[in-house]
Design a binder for this molecule. Structure first.
Ligand code: ASP
Length: 317
């Protein structure tokens, strides 16, 4: 029983150039991040389990239209939504993930169902959609996820023949929404958990799977070290096995959380990958590094006990 809690969430790395980010929109986005984090921290203070808290925070981020997860996700090259999500329990490394799903309103709930109600860790596509129905999760028509501005984003990406991160600065003329979502938590009983959910990358090839649902790449949790949720150009995160790299640096080299997270992200950056991550350790320490101009984030500041929100380098509040 440690008694200490810890929490951080992200809504994607990389952000609009501040000159193209309407002030009202920026405030709305920051308020949503802060409100979701505050509810999560309150729940942890009341004794909620880290696993439940990260799932709930990600459900709320999926439901928010600003982010590239659940409702409002980006579109693949065929103009369709294909969603990836994962959740991991640091107590025993139990994990559940889904990739390329199109029907579950909240893919993170489906990932949790894979963990809790199947013998598997990762389900994909039609089989995962069928499992969502079998579990009685809320299903929606795939068209329900699509927002008009995502069609504009796809048209731009197609015109340039590019596959883009949601926060790619080149499309700053379009009012774009932010990225992938994730949360990490330490509960009062000393347990860690991580969850990540995403629509992936605009104009991605149908069938492409990113880092988010791959355990150890975009999502990882182990009570012995840390919980991590990443955002950024997934292919680099997969190749660096980013999330597990942080845990391994802590376990094998005795590095602290911040040192390990910085070093692991630097290795992604050295290969050309842009993005960031949120991580928490068993002391409630939080790491929030990013190598893009910003990362939508909110966290419980160790020491002060305050919930902070950031978009660019400096905290917003
Ligand atoms: N990591 C996600 C992916 O590659 C994208 C993102 O974080 O925006 O699927």
């Amino acid at each position: 029983m440690s008694g200490t809690i810890g929490f951080a969430l992200h809504g994607g790395a990389g952000v609009l150039d501040p000159r193209h980010f309407p002030e009202s929109r920026r405030r709305e986005c920051a308020a949503a991040l802060g409100a979701i984090a505050t509810r999560a921290v309150d729940a942890l203070r009341d004794g909620a389990a880290a696993l439940d808290v990260v799932e709930q925070a990600v459900v709320e981020l999926e439901e928010a239209p600003f982010f590239n997860a659940g409702f409002g996700s980006v579109l693949n090259a065929r103009g369709e939504v294909e969603l990836d999500a994962a959740i991991m329990d640091g107590r025993d490394r139990a994990a559940g993930a889904v990739a390329g799903v199109t029907r579950a309103r909240n893919p993170i709930r489906l990932a949790r169902a894979v963990m809790a109600r199947s013998e598997h860790v990762l389900l994909i596509g039609a089989g995962a959609d069928a499992f969502a129905a079998e579990c009685g999760l809320e299903l929606v028509d795939p068209a329900w996820f699509v927002r008009d501005e995502r069609r504009v984003q796809l048209a731009n990406a197609r015109a340039e023949g590019r596959i883009t991160l949601d926060h790619d600065e080149r499309y700053e003329a379009v009012e774009r929404v932010s990225g992938t979502v994730g949360a990490v938590a330490l509960d009062r009983d000393g347990h860690l958990a991580a969850a990540t959910s995403t629509g992936g990358m605009t104009n991605k090839r149908p069938g492409r799977v990113g880092d988010a649902p791959l355990i150890g790449c975009g999502t990882f949790a182990d009570d012995a070290s840390c919980a991590v949720s990443a955002t950024g150009h997934g292919e680099y995160y997969i190749r660096r096995v980013l999330a597990h790299d942080i845990a391994a640096r802590m376990a094998y080299r005795g590095e602290g959380l911040i040192e390990a997270a910085d070093a692991a992200l630097a290795a992604v950056g050295a290969m050309g990958g842009a993005g960031g991550l949120v991580a928490v350790d068993r002391d409630g320490q939080v790491a929030l590094p990013f190598n893009s101009p910003g990362m939508y984030r909110a966290w419980l500041e160790p020491g002060s006990g305050r919930v902070r929100v950031g978009i660019y380098r400096d905290p917003e509040a």
